[in-house]
Design a protein around this ligand. Structure first.
Ligand SMILES: Nc1nc2c(c(=O)[nH]1)N[C@H]1C(S)=C(S)[C@@H](COP(=O)(O)O)O[C@H]1N2
Ligand SMILES: [Mo]
Length: 311
């Protein structure tokens, strides 16, 4: 059974280095072949085969990844993003890179992505609501974009903002708004520069569906899902820790760091276990892993920090 197999595979193997390097080569090669195709270059369709070697596929079904979503700009229900995010115009799209950088700019998305090779990253994805998936993302390292902007020495954090466009985002209309727009997120500079942190433009070898944050969303696999901000229009380097949407909404419940941690419960529920989306109502829950299974890679970023205080 697919999900059972997934549960047994350590996260370090879910992103097999060799496999994603092969994919990288494949992606680079494919770019030339279909350069004239109708799809935008940053989300080319691929002849998709999961990068999981001979293992039974641990990937969450594409149908689940694209129909069970959180994207409050389109409504509060899991089914709303798929229903309503089609209204969002994602072309043209521009991203402002500003703040404490020597090379600020307003980039057309294609120009932001062009210098980097697209890579596939198969990552665990863990929502703070205690459900999880395994997603084959396509994207580029966030570090590439930041390095090209030439950060100033005083830059300590990176702030992100989602688009505000009530005419296309029905969750931004109306009188009741749970969150303040724009949706905001932030990372410490070392977290942003970490090689696991990507800006995703696709999944399952295809252009990112709107409900998953098209055309550009952050993916930080060792943090709760709400850190992985969707439909990004601005990336700002700052000296002060930026404000983040869920922390503004409920500061006691959602901290700035929000690293996946089985030992630090949400005030209203346990984080010790997680439910794999698509595994069925009666499937056994799996144990939540420290840093979502990426402790070897990212544990060092937090050495000496009290993770209970810095939740
Ligand atoms: N702009 C924006 N980004 C967002 C959200 C949102 O509501 N708005 N939801 C977050 C939450 S809570 C989660 S779990 C993930 C969900 O990503 P997915 O729908 O691709 O699984 O997106 C995150 N990014
Ligand atoms: Mo979430």
């Amino acid at each position: 059974m697919l999900i059972k197999a997934a549960a047994k595979i350590p996260s370090s193997e879910i992103t097999p280095k060799a496999a994603f390097m092969n994919r990288r080569a494949l992606l680079a090669g494919t770019a030339g072949l279909i350069a004239g195709a109708a799809l935008p270059a940053y989300g080319r369709a691929l002849d998709y085969t999961p990068a999981t070697g001979d293992l039974p596929s641990p990937l969450t079904d594409k149908d689940d990844i694209t129909s069970y979503n959180n994207f409050y700009e389109f409504g509060l229900n899991k089914s709303d993003p798929k229903k309503y995010a089609g209204a969002l115009t994602t072309e043209p799209w521009s991203v402002k890179v500003d703040g404490l950088v020597n090379k600020p700019g307003d980039y057309a998305l294609e120009d932001l992505l062009k210098p980097s090779a697209l890579e596939e990253r198969v990552y665990r994805f863990r929502c703070v609501e205690a459900w999880a998936m395994v997603v084959p993302w396509i994207g580029i390292p966030l570090a590439d974009v930041i390095a090209r902007a030439d950060p100033q020495g005083s830059a300590k954090y990176v702030a992100f903002e989602t688009l505000v466009r009530p005419s296309e985002m029905r969750g931004q209309r109306g009188t009741f708004q749970l969150l303040e727009w724009p949706y905001r997120e932030g990372l410490r500079m070392d977290e942003a520069m970490h090689p696991l942190t990507i800006l995703a433009t696709g999944l399952y070898g295809e252009v990112l569906p709107n409900q998953n944050g098209a055309p550009l969303r952050l993916v930080v696999p060792w943090k709760y899902g709400f850190k992985s901000i969707k439909s990004i229009v601005r990336i700002t380097l700052t000296e002060e820790q930026p404000q983040t949407s869920w922390n503004m909404q409920a500061p006691r419940e959602y901290g700035f760091y929000s690293n996946v941690n089985p030992e630090v419960d949400h005030p209203r529920w346990s984080q010790a276990k997680e439910r794999m989306v698509g595994a069925g109502l009666f499937a056994k829950k799996r144990d939540t892993e420290m840093f979502n299974g990426y402790a070897d890679e990212v544990g060092g970023l937090y050495s000496g920090m009290d993770l209970r205080a810095n939740f």
